[in-house]
Design a protein around this ligand. Structure first.
Ligand code: PLP
Length: 385
């Protein structure tokens, strides 16, 4: 075991600040008492600020996958059809989950190097003259590729097609790290989770819902119990939960929300953009390929890096681990071909410089050809921005 901090540079779970860890370590309290109700009300109000919504949210003890399931179970019934923007590994998994719920999934297959194309969404909806498609499923930040979808334009595409499909957005790895507007962008259901931009360990998932999504759920959806919005909304109004909540993660969430408030969301977002740009300058200097080819869609949360043919990205990850740094694996179609660098959450300039220096060393040690000096290029970027 190496000494010094471990660099957890996967694109989530992200580094948990000491303040948040301390908050989580508070004694467990009665989740039916007034002190807890205040905590419940505080975190729900704070999450609404991050989601930029005045409407309802539901907060579950679950991983992000639970949030996916909650969104589908409340708004769609077995046999319903949905349109899925399949731009990477997580979007694909969401579609597979939908099929297990006996939904019919029409996939717009992407190349896993770019973001969904709103025009393709509009064309698919325009063709659906019998209005069979009940929802459009979009992954805002595709964590497997590092491509960020333009959710606002997808909403406009749905409206331009005069289609009634609900817009369901996975903001699991984007929320708290980049601009997101649940109400302003006309999203019907946003799904997110604790372990990425919110700087918490895994274990909390939540959905934000438009009034239309709530109506759809009240009048239909699939058989459900744990994920049902109705009892959750009723309880959440008073700061309580229909079943035992993840008490101590909520302490952590309150602290993390305070930290985001103190820094200011706009500052948090520009910090992420700056660190993404510095990482990119290193990757470009190394003359390695960025997984996301769509320059305007590159994610501020993570950078996917391709290794040249004939090399295994997992060798780079193993060499990085020897240096006490975890990098994200290539997933699905990108397995072995790419590694992913998280630059999200609780992160600063010196951490970034440690990360790019560590990657450069790992590239050398794993024999991946590269132009040396990328770490210096990142330093120069930070110096001048
Ligand atoms: N969606 C996205 C975009 C993700 O990045 C992840 C996990 O990394 C998931 C969904 C699945 O979330 P979880 O692993 O918390 O269930």
């Amino acid at each position: 075991m190496s000494s010094g901090w471990h660099f957890l540079q996967i694109p989530g779970p992200s580094n948990v600040p000491e303040r948040v860890r301390r908050a989580i370590s508070e004694p467990v309290i009665d989740h039916r008492g007034e002190e807890f109700a205040q905590l419940g009300r505080d975190v729900i109000a704070g999450l609404k600020r991050v989601l930029k919504t005045d409407h309802t949210i539901a907060l579950y003890p679950a991983s992000g996958t639970g949030g996916w399931e909650a969104a589908l179970a409340n708004t769609l019934a077995p046999g319903d059809s949905v349109l899925l923007c399949e731009n990477g590994y997580f979007a694909t998994l969401w579609g597979d989950l939908a099929e297990r719920h006996r939904l019919k999934v029409k996939r717009i297959a992407g190349d896993w190097r770019s973001a969904p194309d709103p025009e393709q969404v509009q064309a698919a909806l325009a063709k659906d003259t019998s209005r069979l498609l009940k929802a459009v499923l979009v992954t805002h930040n595709e964590t497997s590729t590092g491509a960020l979808a333009d959710v606002k334009s997808i909403r406009e595409a749905i409206d331009d097609a005069h289609h009634s499909a609900l817009l369901l957005v996975d903001a699991i790895s984007s929320l708290g790290s980049t601009e997101y507007e649940h109400d302003g962008w006309g999203v019907d259901v946003t799904i997110s989770a604790s372990q990425k931009g919110l700087m918490l360990p895994p274990g909390l998932a939540f959905t934000a819902m438009s009034p239309r999504a709530i109506d759809t759920s009240t009048n239909g959806g699939s058989p459900r119990s744990y994920w049902d919005w109705a009892p959750m909304i009723a309880a959440n109004e008073t700061g309580s939960f229909p079943y035992t909540p993840a008490t101590n993660l909520l302490y952590g969430l309150r602290e993390a929300l305070r930290m985001l408030d103190e820094e200011g969301l706009e500052h948090v977002f520009s910090r992420h953009r700056r660190h993404a740009a510095a990482t990119l300058s290193a990757v470009e200097h190394w003359q390695l390929e960025v997984a996301c080819t769509d320059v305007s869609a590159r994610s501020p949360v993570l950078t996917g890096v391709l290794v040249p043919p004939g090399h295994d990205a997992n060798d780079v990850r193993r060499a990085a681990l020897d240096l006490n740094m975890s990098l994200g694996a290539g997933l699905g179609q990108l397995a072995g071909k790419a590694f992913r660098v998280g630059h999200l959450g609780y992160f600063n300039d010196l951490m970034l410089l440690g990360v790019v220096s560590g990657i450069e060393l790992a590239l050398s040690r794993s024999g991946v050809p590269h132009n040396p000096g990328g770490a210096d290029a990142a330093l120069r970027h930070l110096e001048s921005h």
